[in-house]
Ligand binder design. Structure first.
Ligand SMILES: [Zn+2]
Length: 468
């Protein structure tokens, strides 16, 4: 918002860094453009954790909107069955890419009352109005700092309360030139089928923008530390989230920091269905690339720059990972460990050994400079310097922390090979419950896994699933 770099720390007096990320719309498989954003958020979270900051990571599931309703109807399934299927697929892809499950994963459908309450507050405070058909709109001109994230001059902002045909504008997305009052609540239409809820304004469903405002308030409070998403969400979605939240709660400073990742291009072109370049993880795996290679290719560029995704890039990722693996084994040998014996350092040891990887860590902490950090890692791994066992032990401790921050899983077995999807899903849920310290739920999920003939072996930074 300020276009400046600022230190990321939890708000004064708070122990936890609250991070809200706009999650997937579950109407089909996520593509690599979506996963670039989620993977960069994962690296940010891991980096904060390695820096000793306790993070509460909230990432929502959009399970009611035009696309999910249309998809469910086309497949003949209920909205719930349809979105559950794609949510589970998303979780499997995330696990394969080594993404840590968020601590809370709220869904829009599970937060209808919270969304209605927020819309009601906006109507009561004069920031929203009810249209003739029972839809509710946010009155952009009632919010005097609307546009502050995207640096839009409010005094020059001409908002439209109707579109060119004279109808209220119920589209969720629009260009900044045509900033308009946007729908908070959409009155029930025949095409919604069975997907509607009662509200003080009649039957209908929430608009898209309000869900993130309601869920971030519920799980992180009126203000929190960082909000993330792809750059395409910066306007109008995030601008609208700020307006709704601050106008509903009366508290300014919705998110202290914004983390937007730049676009992903494929072979130099914008991704689109018609070009056939909206790759999914499964398609890349079918072409012979591992999820870890895909992960590496997605994080290898700086988050502020658009990344050109190519098959050459995936091959480069493969050789880079091989180089890291070889270098790591050499260091392990110099330190007197085998890969199986080596236990990555726990977070408490962070401030201690970094060895020659201290500079890589410094670089990573400066605006999450992943390419710079990788450059430093390769410089150290390629060095011909003779080192003592003790130095090698410091080095390997530093390298393990860097690899954890980047989510490069060298000390583990690939998580989802040959594991049935429902087992992967249960494993992900149990790990999320454990991270959220909901031990009762974690125990219950472990028992379910045991009953299905699987066991879960916890490590410090993740887990392995093993058939009994
Ligand atoms: Zn959002």
């Amino acid at each position: 918002m300020s276009r400046e770099l600022k230190p990321l720390l939890p708000k004064a007096g708070k122990a936890t860094f609250g991070m809200y990320c706009c999650g997937p719309t579950v109407y089909g498989p996520a593509h690599i453009g979506n996963f670039r954003t989620f993977t960069l958020q994962d690296v940010l979270r891991r980096t904060l954790e390695v820096a000793g900051i306790k993070v509460k990571h909230v990432r929502n599931i959009t399970d009611v909107d035009d696309k999910t309703i249309r998809g469910a109807q086309a497949s003949g399934e209920s909205l719930q069955t349809f979105t559950q299927k794609w949510t589970e697929k998303f979780h499997r892809d995330c696990a394969a890419l080594g993404l840590l499950p968020p601590h809370v994963e709220p869904s829009a459908v599970a937060h209808i009352p919270q969304q209605i309450a927020m819309i009601k507050a906006l109507v009561d405070r004069g920031h929203a109005y009810v249209a003739k058909d029972g839809s509710v709109y946010f009155k952009v001109h009632s919010c005097h700092d609307y546009g502050k994230l995207n640096h839009i001059d409010f005094s020059k902002l001409e908002t439209q309360s109707t579109n060119s045909a004279g109808e209220a504008n119920d589209a969720d997305e629009y260009e900044r030139e045509s900033a308009s009052d946007f729908a908070l609540w959409k009155s029930r239409k025949p095409e919604d089928g069975a997907n509607y809820w009662s509200s003080p304004w009649g039957e209908g469903r929430p608009g898209w923008h309000i869900e993130c405002s309601a869920m971030s308030l519920e799980h992180l409070g009126a203000t929190f530390d960082l909000h993330g998403g792809g750059i395409d969400l910066c306007f109008p979605h995030h601008e609208n989230e700020i307006a709704q939240s601050e106008c509903a709660t009366g508290v300014k400073g919705f998110a202290s920091h914004w983390f937007h990742s730049a676009h992903l291009l494929v072979d130099g072109e914008k991704m689109s269905k018609s070009k056939g370049n909206l790759y999914t993880l499964d398609e890349l795996v079918a072409k012979g690339f591992s999820p870890m290679e895909v992960r590496y290719a997605l994080i290898a560029g700086h988050y502020r720059s658009s990344l050109n995704f190519t098959f050459k890039g995936l091959e480069d990722a493969r050789s880079a990972l091989a180089k890291i693996e070889k270098g790591t084994d050499k260091l392990l040998a110099a330190a007197g460990f085998t890969r199986a014996e080596f236990v990555p350092p726990v977070q408490q040891e962070i401030q201690t050994a970094w060895g020659r990887f201290a500079s890589a860590w410094e670089v990573l902490q400066n605006d999450l400079n992943i390419p710079g950090c990788l450059g430093q890692v390769f410089t150290v791994l390629g060095s011909k310097e003779e080192i003592s066992t003790e130095q090698a032990r410091h080095d390997i401790s530093g390298l393990a922390k860097i690899l954890f921050a980047l989510g490069i899983q060298l000390f583990t077995i690939a998580p989802s090979v040959g594991i049935p999807p429902e087992i992967t899903e249960l494993g992900a849920q149990r790990w999320a419950a454990k991270q959220a310290k909901d031990f009762a739920a974690a125990d219950r999920l472990r028992q379910q896994l045991t009953a299905l003939g699987w066991s879960m072996l916890d490590r410090k930074d993740g887990y392995d699933l093993k058939k009994n």
